[in-house]
Design a protein around this ligand. Structure first.
Ligand SMILES: N[C@@H](CCC(=O)N[C@@H](CS)C(=O)NCC(=O)O)C(=O)O
Length: 206
């Protein structure tokens, strides 16, 4: 049984969503964010203390997108992960990583500032820059959605999970309305998926 350390709204949502889409059994194990470095079981799965981590038998992994790649490779094939020779694969690979490396990762600066910085530092230069950078970069996804229904073509893939999570983060940080409206429509469409709704439940246990 796969154990997922962490819960929504953290990036554990990506992993839970992927597991739900693939119909794989798992157990979700919440992590107390403030005390996570003292949580030995969680730290064994994610030694940086970043959420999420997973344990799957002898396998322990961190990094949400790497975990998604692992699940697709080990427990696939699945329609949400195009095969390497599929024409959509390059776009898939690009947007799978873009969701974290291009969009969500810089937003950690804005998130950290919002929740942990002293009042006068909450809108500091770095946080504002990160939001502007993500706003600018998100145009690449909006342009792609002009060409296809999903990030990697006409069908839903794990790249949409990755990017959808980042757009949810933009919403939580209050700048989603500054993004191309196509991205809001896309996020709303993603959120209609039963697997997203199941993965988003606060006290998820499967
Ligand atoms: N690139 C990592 C980022 C993980 C990350 O930043 N997680 C947040 C919660 S969503 C966190 O735990 N931040 C605190 C930390 O990194 O110590 C991933 O995709 O898993």
């Amino acid at each position: 049984m796969i154990t997922v350390y962490g819960a929504p709204p953290t990036r554990a949502l990506r992993v839970l969503w992927m597991l739900e889409e693939m119909g794989l059994p798992y157990q979700a194990r919440p992590v107390d964010f403030a005390n996570r470095h003292q949580d030995a079981e969680f730290m064994a799965a994610s030694p940086t203390g970043a959420i999420p981590g997973i344990k799957d038998g002898d396998v322990a992994m961190m990094e949400s997108v790497a975990i998604m790649e692992y699940l697709g490779a080990r427990y696939g094939p699945t329609p949400i992960v195009p095969e390497p020779r599929d024409a959509d694969f390059p776009l898939y690979q690009q947007f799978l990583h873009f969701g974290e490396a291009g969009l969500a990762a810089p937003l950690n600066v804005a998130l950290g500032s919002r929740f942990f910085a002293p009042e006068a530092e909450k809108s500091n230069w770095g946080a504002t820059f990160a939001v502007q950078m993500v706003t600018r970069r998100s145009k690449a996804l909006a342009d792609q959605l002009d060409r296809s229904a999903y990030a990697a073509g006409e069908r839903f893939t794990a790249a949409d999970i990755s990017c959808g999570y980042a757009l949810g983060l933009a919403e939580a940080l209050g700048f989603a309305d500054d993004l191309d409206p196509a991205l809001g429509d896309y996020l709303a469409r993603l959120r209609e998926r039963p697997a997203f709704q199941k993965a988003s439940q606060p006290n998820i246990a499967a």
